[in-house]
Design a protein around this ligand. Structure first.
Ligand code: HEC
Ligand code: HEC
Length: 370
């Protein structure tokens, strides 16, 4: 039971962070991003043969990418507490596959990462090699836009109109910009289990989410630039720059009065339905970070979905956040429910109580000592 709770805590905390691997951070002696940022994976880990030279904090996102691409868990390639061992055939196969993937891209796509594990595996450990008749069970219905496809934006409103309508819908930039703190309490649901959750947020980019598991608190935090995560009985883990960027964006989007400034460019992409409702998909471009997709409801104008990515050397790890149950509190609308989904994890936070505009000391967002 205890083990199960820890696994669950890890799963949730990991999913909040955008990572499925909190448990491994204890095995590694590196507990802070600051120490690993400047070091390469082969300097920090014991048995790295292919991913040599990548920053150490990129190893976990790579592991998550393989895990999601093959639809497996870490133990598919690793024995418990012995990640450096090469005792599983699948791990050795994965090394060959990485080499193959790099070679395919180098030889055929000028080194651009066009082919990844997911291109072939599509969430299965053995790729399907014979075409499947449409409608047959097991069909992977993943619609993907490639970079070569031109978006059809004909007849769609412009970005300023969509974002303007959104800012109006939440109460207007003036009212929204006055909201600078929030304390929210509610329930986090994973599968059929429920846990108390508390969110402290301070504009523009400070946010701490604490989930109260029976075995202790699991914390995911972003304090402006730096992000970290702690699970019961484990050392605090620092986020990689790309993970921190994603967490910072999540935090910013809860104080969206300056939303256009979060991005270097915003483009209207297309219309798409979510649960039968039409939305406008807007992509947000920033320097150095993967693009972000924002989905605005056509009718209400509200932001109903964000699709964002954490970069890794093998590919991007996606996280989808669906916002719902907007409440008008003090003239500003904010979502009271959000569902965070990753290829192998999903949970929902439902807020039940909220206070706004109360002072929150900066120490509440400070990274705890080791
Ligand atoms: C498809 C197989 C596969 C999966 C799934 C996988 N790994 Fe790995 N892992 C590898 C391979 C291969 C290496 C060695 C990489 C190299 O040699 O460059 C590795 C290396 C590691 C290392 C470095 C160990 C050391 O000290 O050398 C850690 C830690 C690790 N993986 C953790 C994880 C975690 C946590 C997960 C689940 C999120 C995971 N892995 C999922 C294949 C996998
Ligand atoms: C170009 C297509 C392609 C790409 C890209 C690819 N694979 Fe594979 N992979 C295959 C095929 C095909 C098989 C099955 C071979 C077989 O049945 O023996 C396979 C088998 C495997 C297996 C063994 C499965 C088993 O149960 O025996 C592992 C592990 C694996 N791939 C991991 C990866 C990882 C990790 C990546 C990304 C780094 C990757 N593959 C990228 C095509 C690909």
């Amino acid at each position: 039971m205890r083990v199960r709770k820890i696994m669950l805590a890890t799963c949730v905390a990991g999913a909040v962070l955008g990572s499925g691997a909190a448990r491994v951070w204890t095995q590694s002696t590196q507990s802070s991003a600051a120490t690993s940022v400047s070091r390469t994976a082969d300097q920090v880990y014991k048995n790295i043969q292919v991913l040599k030279g990548i920053p150490a904090d990129q190893l976990m996102p790579s592991m998550q990418f393989m895990t999601a691409s093959l639809g497996v868990q870490c133990d598919y390639c690793h024995s418990e507490n012995a990640f450096e061992k090469d005792d599983k055939e699948t791990k050795q196969r994965a090394r060959k596959m990485m080499r193959m993937m790099f070679a395919i891209n180098k030889d055929n796509f000028d080194g651009h990462r066009e082919v990844t594990c997911y291109s072939c595996h599509r969430g299965a450990n053995k790729p399907v090699i014979t075409p499947i008749i449409s409608g047959e069970a097991g069909r992977v219905a993943v619609e993907e836009r490639t970079s070569h496809q031109e978006p059809n934006t004909l007849g769609l409103p412009g970005v300023d109109q969509i974002v303007g309508k959104y800012l109006q819908a939440i109460g207007g930039t003036e009212a929204a910009s006055k909201m600078s703190t929030r304390i929210q309490k509610g329930t986090l649901t994973v599968g059929s289990e429920h846990f108390p959750v508390e969110v402290l947020a301070k504009a523009p980019t400070k946010r701490v989410t604490t989930v109260r598991f029976p075995g202790g608190d699991s914390v995911t935090a972003i304090n402006g630039e730096a992000g970290w995560l702690s699970t019961p009985g484990r050392p605090v883990h620092g986020m990689s720059p790309s993970e921190a960027d994603a967490a910072r964006l999540d935090a910013e989007l809860f104080f969206p009065s300056t939303l256009p400034q979060f991005f270097k460019e915003l483009h209207v992409e297309q219309k798409e339905q979510i649960n039968g409702d039409e939305t406008y998909v807007v992509s947000g471009i920033r320097d150095n970070w993967p693009p972000v997709q924002l989905y605005f409801d056509e009718k209400s104008g509200l932001l109903v979905r964000v699709l964002r990515y954490v970069e890794s050397p093998l590919g991007r790890n996606p996280t989808q956040i669906d916002y719902a149950d907007y409440h008008d509190e003090g003239g500003v609308k904010t979502p009271f429910r959000w569902t965070v989904a990753r290829p192998n994890a999903r949970f929902t936070i439902q807020i039940e109580q909220m206070q706004q505009g109360v002072p929150i000391e900066d120490e509440k967002f400070a990274k705890p000592g080791p």
